[in-house]
Design a binder for this molecule. Sequence first.
Ligand code: SF4
Ligand code: MG
Length: 314
Amino acid sequence: TPHLLSVSDLEVQYRRPGQLPTRAVAGVSLDVQAGEVVGLVGESGCGKSTLARAVCGLTAPTAGGIVFDGTPVGPLRVRRREPALTRIQMVFQDPYGSLNPRRRVGAQIADGIRIAALRGDIPVPESTDGPVEHFLTRVGLPASAAQRFPHEFSGGQRQRIAIARALAARPSLLVGDEPISALDASAQAQVASLMRSLAVESGAGLLFISHDLSVVRLIADRIAVMYLGRIVETGTTAEVWDNPRHPYTQALLAAIPQPDGAGRLPTELPGDVPDPAAPPSGCRFHPRCPRAFDGCDREDPRLNADGVACRLYA
Ligand code: SF4
Ligand code: MG
């Protein structure tokens, strides 16, 4: 079966006046199947959001391609409101990225329903009240929420509203860009599992982006780890969690506090994420890599057939 989403050798470059061009995404390939949850993990500034924005047609790639359900994705096509591309729906870190603070919740979910009706996927409903209530119920909110405004809800509830709005548009791909990182710990796991179950139930794919590997591993079928614009490791969640191979993935895992209070390993990454406008030579991770060896500052490893981009596994 063809992939629902296929990203190949994607490059996104930013140019700001008087500055070096930044390759925020540098040669990324990634697939998502229908009904599959892919977690994209990395520190802030690694290019995750840029990748998400390109997938949703909000940012133009400099090279490479994105194909969604047989349709090439590009900003122009999205601006022209190509109906097929409304099947990609996004949930942002800040729910006000998807919600209008001045409109009642019900009216905003009804917008999603109208998007699906315009596309011809559902009949134009005589009244949106019933469907709005249906989507509110699915995200665990009472029907009375329809009459209220977004600011009357907690952060976790607002994210549920944003999810209801996205779902109402009948997406076949849901993209969450750090949808839980502004929430408190208990709401994080709830909202993440809700996104997973709603996507899987409706047969949609979910690309779930987060800096938090410990939450991603609870909901993802596959994980891709990103560092400075590159995917450095990819595999099933069990493979990545139980047997991380790339030194960066190993360090991410080591940094996760354990329930007994001890870290997995006494490893801390030295230094900050380098400036993506001036990435290190050779392996982009070499200045921080505890296992760097001769040649890592010159040779730039690409993702191998086993899904790891590191010279230790060449
Ligand atoms: Fe570390 Fe070298 Fe592997 Fe890069 S290629 S992750 S520097 S060991
Ligand atoms: Mg981001």
